[in-house]
Design a protein around this ligand. Structure first.
Ligand code: KIV
Length: 279
């Protein structure tokens, strides 16, 4: 295939430039998490702009109570499944805990591995002023970085639990400073998680880069949800989540009906059987 036809084929793909244009035009950006080929394909075909391979896979796929145990190898594996399916959406891979905290050099090495071995187009990492040097080093290696400030799940033990940020004046100033720091360091976008709508709206109005909110109110440039939350696949749903489907209940009903039909010898019926010679 020539470079011209490759360019034509990718014309409708979402890129970091697309997101910048959306912000300029006041058009909202959509993002969902995805961790495997099947759901990535469904969301991509549904027109979701960005697929985030979040380290939330520690919670919703692996059943861990925090995201801390997730490894770089696991992120690479799941991101590869998602990039195989994504034809249009921008795929962003989370940098897991331990892959960038020790030094900016560690961060660059981990980001290079993530992009090279998974096919993602961008990485996301948590933190503000304290990771600005790392964001700068990764973007200097031409790897687009999405920041993540406010409630940052990798800092659960420092925060003393999953706590909404930006409520007090001091905390509000901290999230503002953090968001500005990642923009100054070269991030193309930033996730605002777990904060009142007020500071999120102020950050969105102040920053040039698009903000993507989760539990941060309606004033952000885009919204992201964890797929298991919005599809009703978990035992409980956080209050900031809208559940758009109940796949958990649908899957449980399907499993029960299947089991009943096997026990009652209704499945497989004739139409589910291969035909042998002469049949
Ligand atoms: O890991 C994740 O899914 C995330 C989103 C909650 C933004 O970081």
């Amino acid at each position: 295939m020539s470079t011209v036809s490759v360019a034509t084929a990718r014309e409708h793909c979402v890129t970091t430039r697309t997101l910048a244009t959306r912000k300029r035009r006041g058009e909202r950006i959509t993002m969902l998490t995805a961790y495997d080929f099947a759901f990535a394909r469904i969301f991509d075909q549904a027109g979701i702009d960005c697929l985030l391979v979040g380290d939330s896979l520690g919670n919703v796929v692996q059943g861990e109570s925090t995201t801390l145990p997730v490894t770089l190898e696991e992120m690479i594996y799941h991101t590869r499944l998602v990039t195989r399916a994504a034809q249009r959406a921008l795929v962003i891979a989370d940098m897991p805990f331990g892959s960038y905290q020790a030094s900016p050099e560690d961060g660059v090495r981990s980001a290079i591995r993530l992009l090279k071995e998974s096919g993602a187009q961008a990485v996301k990492l948590e933190g503000g002023t304290q990771v600005a040097a790392t964001v700068e080093r990764i973007t200097a290696a031409d790897i687009p970085v999405m920041g993540h400030v406010g409630l940052t799940p990798q800092s659960i033990h420092k925060m003393g639990g999953f706590r909404v940020q930006g409520r007090s004046e001091g905390s509000r100033q901290r999230v503002l400073d953090d968001a500005r720091a990642v923009q100054e360091a070269g991030a193309f976008s930033v996730v605002l998680e777990g904060m009142p709508a007020d500071p999120a709206g102020e950050i969105t109005a102040t920053l040039e880069i698009p903000t993507i909110g989760i539990g941060a109110g309606p004033g952000c440039d885009g919204q992201v949800l964890v797929m298991h939350d919005m599809l009703g696949m978990n035992d409980w749903t956080p209050s900031f989540v809208k559940q758009y489907a109940n796949l958990g209940a649908a899957a449980a009903t399907a499993a029960r009906v299947f089991a009943d039909e096997v026990r009652e010898q209704k499945f497989p019926a004739e139409e589910h059987c291969y035909k042998g010679k002469g049949q």
